[in-house]
Ligand binder design. Sequence first.
Ligand SMILES: Nc1ncnc2c1ncn2[C@@H]1O[C@H](COP(=O)(O)OP(=O)(O)OP(=O)(O)O)[C@@H](O)[C@H]1O
Length: 272
Amino acid sequence: MNLLHGSKVWVEDRDSAWLPAEVLDSDGNEILLLTDSGKKVFASKEKLFPRDADEEEHGGFEDMTRLAYLNEPGVMFNLRRRYALNDIYVSVCFWIVDILIIGKWSGHTEVLFLGFSSFEFLEYGYLIVWLTRKINSGQLDVCMSVKRVAETYTGSILIAVNPFTKLPHLYDSHMMEQYKGAPLGELSPHVFAVADASYRAMMNEGKSQSILVSGESGAGKTETTKLIMQYLTFVGGRAAGDDRTVEQQVLESNPLLEAFGNARTVRNDNSR
Ligand SMILES: Nc1ncnc2c1ncn2[C@@H]1O[C@H](COP(=O)(O)OP(=O)(O)OP(=O)(O)O)[C@@H](O)[C@H]1O
């Protein structure tokens, strides 16, 4: 990592977890930093993370893979910025980026067609590393052209930050209508987008789908699952021969769900 005078970094802090800071002096074993709050602190090189100060200007990225540095403080800061605007959902999208490379090897023109995951591509400058390795090992003499030819969507993780407050505008019928049939990634990240994608996959492929909702106690798993069920009842309609709507049927099963395994935890007094 570049630690010249003026380099932007993240430094660990006991109260705020991470603080934005700038390098003042990197000559000694310990790096001297000036935090954004005006404090001078020393920190060892291994404990610092690079920071892109330009990204701090706007309200955060919907897709975390757009961050210049996908490190812990960068991710936390992005979530915090979006949370401050009541944008509680953020996605981490995976794409396969297809790259066409034209190069020369032993006087012959070589055309290579390669697929990189968006993570490799964005986080590690993987392509540069890969090309350098090819050239160093004599597998490529000259690289003449590199072109990004296609991007294929492969999967997505949705991160939800518990708002601990009611945000009805996020879940009303207008919102459900918007996400109905919209390709994943076209609209802002949302639990309805994930529910819709799995519903479409089930209908189109005729196969069962799974949505994994994971998090610590009190993170919002039960609320998220209820929202998924609400959305599925909205798009699912009613089974032939049953007068009850799917929504009625699911809601009728809720007291049963709630009757099992209720146990208060330190993080959640409504744990189940
Ligand atoms: N999307 C949301 N909107 C508003 N409030 C929420 C949301 N998600 C969670 N909450 C709040 O957080 C509380 C805890 O959420 P929830 O019961 O879903 O957690 P959990 O992950 O299921 O916890 P446990 O593992 O302990 O059962 C809820 O009672 C609710 O007040």
